[in-house]
Structures are given as C-alpha cells and as structure tokens.
Design a protein around this ligand. Structure first.
Ligand code: ADP
Length: 482
C-alpha cells in the first residue's frame, strides 16, 4: 500500500519523468553518434578536400605554382596533396611534392591507375571516393584534372582514415564520460527539482489538514511559483468564503428567531384583545383579525426576507426596488404598534408629511421602521413619549424616530449597530430584543445607500434618522406613461 502511494507521489513521478527524459536524450545522442558520426565526418572531410583542391588548382592554373600554405593547412588536417602524371599507361609519375616515378608494381600505381582508368574518363574533371590499401588501411581521396607545367596531370588529395578511428575513440570516451556525468547530475537535479515542486504542495496539504481540524488561523502561504501562489490564493479565498458563510448561517438563525418574535407578540396581543375585548364587536373583531392575518403574512414574508437579508449582507442578491409611498408605510407600521402603544400608555407624536414617494425595497424599509419604532418604545423615558417625523426638504425625506430615554453614551454610538450588541443595563421592555435589530437596520440601509445615523444625548433621548431621496412626482408620471 505504502509502495503504491509512493509510486503516485508527485516527487517520485517528477523524478522518474526527468530521468526518463535524460536517458532518452542520452540514447538519442548515442544513436546519432553511432549512426551518423562516420558519414558526417566523411562528408566534412570530402568537402574540405574539394574546397582545397579548388584552391590549389586555381594557383596552378594561375602561375604554375602549388599554393604551399594551402598544402600545409591540409597536411595539418591529415590530408596529403600529390600531383600525378601518366607519361605512359604503365607508369605514374609523382610531379609534386618531389618528382619521382613509380614502378608499375608499386602500390600507388595499382591503386591510382585503377581509379584513373575507371573514373577519370572523358568529361570527368574531379572524383572523390574511398580506397583501401592494405587489409585495414583505407584512405579517402579526391582527384581532379590539372595542367601542371604543360603536362596533363592529376591533383590527388589523400586523407588518412586512421584519424577518423582515433577521433571516434576519443568521441566515444567523451560520450561515456558525458553520459555518466549527465546521469549523476540529472539524478541529483531531478530529485532536487521534484522536491522543490512538491514541497509547497505538501505544505498546503498540511495547512488544509490543520484548517479541516478546526484551526481557523491556518493560512495558505501565497509565495513561490505562480501556479502555487494562485492555488494558495484560491484556497484562502475559499476559506474566507466558507468562514463568511458560517457566520452568515449563524446570523441567519439568530435573525430568524429575533424577527419572528415581534410579529408573534403582535399576533398574541391581538388574539388576546379579540378574546377579552373585541370578540363581541364584529367591526373591531374583523379589524383585529385582519391585523393578525397581516402579521401572519408578515411572518411568512419575514422568513423569506431574512433569508434575503442574509444574502444581502453577503451581497449576493440584487435589491428589488420600487417606488412607494413612504408616508403610508410609516402609518401602517404605526397602526400595527397601536395596541402596544395604547395598552402601554405611550404618547405617540407623529408628524408625517403625506405622499412622500421614495424608491427602495418597501418590505425592507418597513422592517427598518418597525425595528426603530420598536426600539423607541423600548428605550423611551418615563414620559413614554415616542415621536415619529417624516418631512421633505430639498428633495430629501427625513424620517426621524425620537424617544426621550436615557440616550446612548457617545463611546457606544458606533457599537450599537454591531450584531448582538446590547446595553448591559436591564429594564422592563414591552418588546423583547435580541441585539440584532439595529444591525439589520444598518444592513438594509447600507445596501440601499441611504444616509442614516443616530443623534443622542445622554439623559435627553435619541433621534434615529434615515434620509431618503424623494422620487419626483413629475418624473414618476413620465416613467408611468412610458
Ligand atoms: P435590542 O434592542 O434587541 O437589544 P438592537 O440592535 O435594536 O437590539 O439595539 C442594540 C442596542 O442599542 C440596544 O441593546 C440598546 O443598548 C441600544 N439602543 C437601541 N435603540 C436605542 C434607543 N432608542 N435608545 C437607547 N439605546 C438604544
């Protein structure tokens, strides 16, 4: 099992592939060496002979002299230059480097008379080939016609093939050395590179394990290779998103229970009113039952709404805004609080400018007003005064919900909007809160980009406000016509 795992291991695989690549490379070099070295070497050699043959021939044609420096260069390269003549078919004379006649029995005679007779026929000016002298001695040659000192002659270049064997030996030795060095180096480097590539991945899997086991501080290291950095970034992003969604789920649960409580209180209050007071009075009973139905509807839509709100906080849902009458919405919310206000002996002061049209999500704004009025009732002072104002100035509608309570300490003004924040003091409240109301208000108003805040003076009370853009009636008419 362990061996199987090791075989799948990234480090081991990179190592193996690297090794295979190196061996393949060396194999190709060996093949090239074995198959092509000789023919390549000969081609280069023939080319050299042809080039020098032309150079020497040009010199002879020009002034009858042999270009000595060209001959010397050739000699250094293991090529001899000889000028031969055939005064008669049975003897070959060496005109250069020193005049000397070769007897018909001599080796050179045999070989070159054969070449001359076989290949240097009419019209052929030069010829290259290989010729063996004794059993293991072979030479490459290039022969071409020249006119040397008014004589019909042949320029013969002979390359000793022995040098080829030696070069081949040296090359083979070097190749063996190179192969050994390359294999050792490739073993070392492939192991090193494989380690370097796999270690950040191993590191990541360690972090992932830590994270999975509940360590929230485990972070993926965003340094190193681009791909690894990208992966680490993605994993960190996934981690933050997962954490966000966990918080979201927690909030959701708390929000749901908080927001369900208020309508339930209302339903209970109205049901009790019907039971004790308005049961016999058909008109009142119908009105109160309608409120109960309304609240039940509100409950249903609240559940949906809270789901949406949670998404809203995560900024995944677009706000569905409509133009609606804010004045009417405020009145409706106040109507729902009527029994609590009346039964609790509250003094409601409301100055609501009629028909103020705004563009927002009506349900969510209703929730804001509901929460703010609920808080004002909860936190107002002994005089039990709750003021609700809606007024328009310079195209802006200000909604103010004012109480005469203890107010909020200036160092707590920012904290009250945070989730689960609740003042430490406990006092009797008609509506029980969970410390989520203001955070919901904040999330809704922020998502609407509506300016909001609180002005509070300790001992005097608080003024929670929100400033809406008023929808111009003319503009509205036009939009409706379109
Ligand atoms: P809850 O009212 O359920 O505790 P909220 O989020 O509505 O939760 O309010 C958070 C806190 O802000 C409250 O616990 C309270 O301390 C403070 N607060 C809210 N409204 C008022 C107000 N009108 N006057 C004074 N303090 C307030």
């Amino acid at each position: 099992m362990k061996l199987k795992n090791n075989l799948k291991n990234l480090r081991f695989n990179i190592f193996i592939y690297f090794l295979i690549f190196t061996v393949a490379l060396i194999f190709i070099v060996w093949i090239l060496q074995a198959v092509f070295f000789e023919s390549n070497y000969k081609n280069v050699r023939y080319q050299t002979m042809r080039t020098y043959s032309d150079i020497i021939k040009q010199g002879i044609d020009f002034n009858g002299q042999v270009n000595e420096s060209a001959v010397l260069t050739l000699k250094e390269n293991g090529i001899d230059a000889i000028i031969l003549t055939t005064p008669n078919p049975n003897s070959i004379g060496v005109l250069y480097p020193r005049p000397q006649y070769v007897t018909p029995q001599s080796q050179l005679y045999e070989i070159y008379s054969n070449i001359l007779n076989n290949y240097m026929k009419e019209g052929v000016t030069s010829f290259s080939g290989e010729q063996s002298f004794t059993q293991n001695k072979t030479a490459m040659y290039n022969i071409s016609r020249v006119e040397y000192k008014n004589d019909n002659a042949y320029l013969l270049l002979i390359s000793d093939m022995q040098s080829l064997d030696e070069i081949a030996k040296v090359m083979r030795f070097q190749l063996i050395m190179t192969t050994l060095i390359v294999i050792v180096l490739s073993l070392f480097f492939s192991w090193l590179i494989a380690g370097r590539l796999s270690s950040p991945i191993n590191e990541m899997s360690k972090v992932a394990k830590k994270w999975a086991s509940g360590d929230e501080n485990a972070t993926f290291n965003e340094i190193g290779y681009t791909e690894i950095t990208e992966l680490a970034k993605t994993l960190n992003y996934a981690k933050t998103e997962k954490e966000k969604s966990q918080v979201l789920q927690r909030d959701l649960l708390a929000n749901v229970s908080h927001d369900l409580k208020t309508p339930l209180t209302m339903i209970k209050a109205y049901a009790e009113t019907i039971k004790d007071i308005s049961g016999e009075n058909k008109e009142k009973r119908t009105k109160h039952t309608e409120i109960i139905i309304d609240e039940a509807d509100r409950l249903t839509s609240l559940v949906n709404d809270i789901l949406n709100l949670s998404k809203l906080q995560a900024k995944v849902l677009p706000l569905e805004k409509t133009n609606f009458n804010l004045s009417k919405t405020v009145e409706d919310v106040l109507l729902k609080f009527e029994p609590i206000l009346k039964n609790g002996g509250y003094v409601l002061v409301n100055k609501i400018q009629p028909n103020v049209m705004v563009n927002a999500n009506e349900q969510k704004i209703e929730e804001v007003i509901h929460n703010l009025i609920g808080n004002a009732i909860n936190y107002t002072g002994e005089d039990k005064i709750v003021k609700v104002y809606l007024s328009v100035k310079d195209g802006k509608a200000s909604l103010e919900i004012i109480d005469s309570g203890k107010g909020i300490q200036s160092n707590k003004i920012d904290t009250i909007w945070e989730k689960y924040y609740r003042s430490s003091e406990t006092h009797q409240r008609p509506i029980k809160g969970t410390g989520l109301g203001l955070s919901i208000v904040k999330a809704i108003l922020l998502s609407h980009e509506i300016d909001f805040g609180v002005i509070s003076k300790e001992g005097l009370g608080s003024n929670f406000y929100a400033v809406f853009d008023v929808v111009n009636n003319n503009k509205l008419d036009k939009e409706l016509k379109v």
